[in-house]
Every structure is written in C-alpha cells, then in structure tokens.
Design a protein around this ligand. Structure first.
Ligand code: PLP
Length: 454
C-alpha cells in the first residue's frame, strides 16, 4: 500500500511511474525541487487553472509552474503566439539578431523604469549569475553578499544559507554561511550572508566589507511573500550607493507578480540591476538581466571594438569585455510567448489581484471561524499559508518557528480534495483562476480544516 493512500489519494499510476523513473533519473526527478515525500504526484495535462494527474484526478493548481504561469495552462494567446512564430515566421531559431529582441525589451522597460539596457538568458539562474559577473567587472571588486533564506538559483556561489538549521546559522544580526549542497564549502570564497529585515546587521556587514564588495543581491520580497520593511530596503539602497556596491534585485519570482513592475514598483526603489525570469517566458525557459546601461555595457562587444581601436593592437577585446553568450539567448519562440503574456497581464493583472485577495480572505475567515492558527502572507499574486499562532513573519528565522508539520497535513488534506500545491510551497495565482476555483478551494479548505481540527 502506498503512503499516499492514507490521505485518501489514489495514486497507483503516479507511484508506478516514479518507481520506473528512479531507474532512469536520480531520485526519479528532473530537478531536486520536484521531489517530495513519500513521492510526487505525476501530472499529464494542464488547462487554465487546472492540472490532471496520471490517475485522472483534476486539481486546482496553485504551483503554476513555480510561479511561471501568470495566465494559467495552455492560454490561447500564448498558443497562438507560439504557433505564429514557428509556422508563420517559419523558424524557431534564427541565430541572428531579430526584431522581437527589441520589441520585448521595450515591453520590459515600460514596466521597469530602472532598466535601461538588458541581456537575455535561458533561466533565472543564469540571469543572477550574469548580474553578479557584471557587478564584479563593473566595480573591479569580487565579493558578493546575499541574504539568509534567499534563493538565487542552483550554482555554487549562491548555494549558501537558503534553508539552514538554526543551530548552524549563527547570530541573527551576523548569520554564518551554511552550505546547501555537497559541492559547496566555507573556504573564504563564499558570499557574505546578510540578515533580511535587520538594519543594524546590514550596516555592520556592509561598512566592514565594502572595499571588496561588488554586489548585494536580494529577493526584495523573500520567496515572493515576506516583504522587506520599507526602512530596510531604503537603507540598503542608501548604503550600496554610498559605498559603490551594485544593488541587484532578484525579481525572478516577484516580476509581474508583486506588481506588474515587481517589488521595485511597490517600494519605489531603483536597483542598479534587476533579474527577471519565470512569468516573462510565458511558461518557457527564460531569464534576463537589466539595469543601468553603464553596467550592462560591460558586456558589449562594440565596447571591445572601441577599446581595441584605442588601445594597443592585439590587446583590448577579450580581456576587457565580459564574455556572455548562449545559443538560445533571446529565443524568438520564447520571446513571442513572453510578449503575449506581458500584453495579456496588462489587462488581467487587476483581476488576478482581486481573486488572490478573495482567496486569502476566505482562508483566513475559515481559519478564524473554525479556530485554527492559520494566516496568509503575501504580495500581489503570490501568498503562502502559515500555521502559527500570533504570526509575524519578518525573515527566514521566523519561518523556522512555524508549524510545518500541520501545514504539510493541510497540504495533503487539500490534495485529497483536489487542490494542488507542492507541500509547503507558496501559492501562485493566474489569470485563469476565477470565482469557480476560489469557491472550490474554499470548500476543500473547510473540509480540510475540520478534519485537522479533529
Ligand atoms: N531567483 C529567484 C528569486 C527564484 O525564485 C528562482 C527560481 O525559483 C531563481 C532565481 C532561479 O530561476 P530558474 O529556476 O529559472 O533558474
């Protein structure tokens, strides 16, 4: 008998698939994040706000491709945009500059006034990597600081202190770097770890280390749902300007979600560099780095030509230009899907906010009426459900004090009732979520809350 049976879930085909998958993929998954215990449910179809698993159950989907799907699954505008690009333009890859690169850049710049120039990548991970490299070359400095509890992609420089245990994590105002991967060490090359929402902590670290600090990278809204205090983010901007440190807002999650213009629109702050991903690809792989043109131009090949002409013959180009490349950067099919998404979101965003609010309010009212210590935290179209009495979440360490055991029980009870999110994951809504889905979800919540209340 499978362990999901005890939650009333019939997942025979998921289980069989996962047993087969383990023979071919490590852990049976294409990315570690797709794994959960006892085993993941395997999906085969997505329509609007709904997902269907291989055992033919439908779920209202709140994972939404980890937040990437702002319009839901299989949105007709995206399907048409992709089909037009492939069939009408007759290629899915030019390998040359093409017109969508500029059209897309203009659509981004319209919502992100801090972006003067940008470069495309194939993922959010590549985008934050490139942002850090740009900052290092631009400032001539080498070290990077990141916040405890923040995620910027799966590569060695950033795989520290994302989910550390509190007994390893050091003092709240002076967090220690804690490795998050078997290939990562604390050997002097690790980033400085900043405390999120702790002003004295960042003042101390930045003032102590500014002379070798190229960049501070931050999720301005942690995991898309824990806001930075305005005073904290203002002070961070001030300090980084004072000390010539590049401030990178990683808006891969928050872009077109916290607001159309991301967290920076909410805080009215202009970072030096912004990274975007997820939503802007309409469900396809993409990322970008945008920001001050002087910083972006560090990667400009024509800058190389200037240097080459001005400098000694045979010197100048390679060593003075930041090398950034990629066969698929600015992929036309993906830009077509992304552009369709951005255009549609301009119309749909207000409705997505309304639906998100009504769901959050519904969950909180049910919890209050039934007498459970559950609340929601969020910004824009992302929120999370937190199981904790007298909740006040300010940073990663507060999250450690929430009742994740009960939250997981809730997740499985909701799965049984046809509401999908990966256990403990946040909720991302889309333009495809409407009143029908909210009503369905709240019914599932009511049932689950009564079950858990016992
Ligand atoms: N930065 C943030 C804030 C993210 O949430 C993510 C992904 O979840 C990334 C970077 C990495 O993006 P990708 O998974 O597209 O490489």
């Amino acid at each position: 008998e499978s362990s999901l049976d005890c939650y009333g879930l019939e997942t025979e085909r998921s289980l069989n698939y996962m047993n087969e998958a383990k023979k071919h993929l490590p852990g049976g998954v294409a990315a570690n994040i797709k794994h959960f215990e006892p085993y993941p449910i395997v999906m085969k179809e997505g329509r609007g706000a709904w997902l269907k698993d291989v055992d033919n159950h439908w779920y209202v989907d709140y994972l939404m491709g980890y937040g990437a799907l702002a319009l839901g699954h299989a949105h007709p505008k995206i399907r048409h945009a992709v089909a037009d690009q492939i069939f009408c333009d007759g290629t899915c890859l030019f390998g040359t500059p093409h017109q969508l690169e500029v059209e897309f850049a203009k659509a981004i710049k319209k919502h992100y006034p801090s972006i003067q120039k940008l470069r495309y990548t194939n993922s959010g991970t590549e985008a934050t990597q490139l942002a850090i490299r740009l900052a290092q070359v631009f400032t001539g400095k080498n070290k990077v600081a990141k916040c405890e509890g923040h995620y910027h992609g799966g590569y060695k420089e950033m795989l520290y202190s994302i989910n550390p245990s509190l007994d390893e994590a050091g003092e709240i105002d002076l967090p220690l770097p804690v490795p998050e991967s078997a290939d990562v060490k604390v050997d002097g090359n690790e980033p400085y770890i900043l405390p999120f929402n702790h002003i004295e902590g960042i003042e101390h670290l930045i003032m102590t280390h500014h002379s070798d600090l190229a960049a501070v990278i931050i999720e301005p809204i942690q995991a898309g749902y824990i806001m930075a205090d305005q005073t904290y983010i203002d002070r961070l901007r001030q300090l980084t300007l004072t000390y010539g440190i590049v401030l990178i807002f990683d808006e891969v999650k928050t872009g077109f979600r916290s607001a159309l213009g991301g967290a920076q629109e909410k805080y009215e702050i202009e970072p030096d560099l912004t990274t975007l991903g997820k939503v802007i690809g309409g469900g396809f792989p993409i990322g970008l780095v945008g920001g001050k043109k002087d910083i972006l131009d560090v990667s400009s090949p024509s800058r190389g030509a200037d240097v080459f002409e001005a400098g000694e013959k045979g010197q100048g180009s390679a060593k003075d230009i930041l090398f950034h490349s990629g066969t698929y950067n600015g992929h036309p099919t993906i830009l077509a899907a992304g552009l369709a998404t951005i255009n549609e979101m301009e119309q749909a965003y207000a409705k997505v906010l309304d639906i998100t609010t009504s769901l959050r309010e519904g969950i909180e009212t049910l919890a209050k009426n039934i007498g459970l210590p559950v609340t929601t935290y969020g910004a824009g179209s992302i929120f999370n459900v937190i199981w904790k009495k007298d909740c006040k979440l300010k940073h990663y360490r507060d999250l450690q004090k929430t009742n994740t055991k009960m939250r997981k029980e809730l997740d499985f009870a909701l799965l049984q009732a046809g509401v999908y999110t990966k256990p403990l994951n946040r909720y991302s809504l889309s333009a495809a979520h409407g009143k029908e889905e909210v009503d369905f979800t709240l019914q599932a919540y009511e049932k689950a809350f009564h079950q858990l209340k016992g």
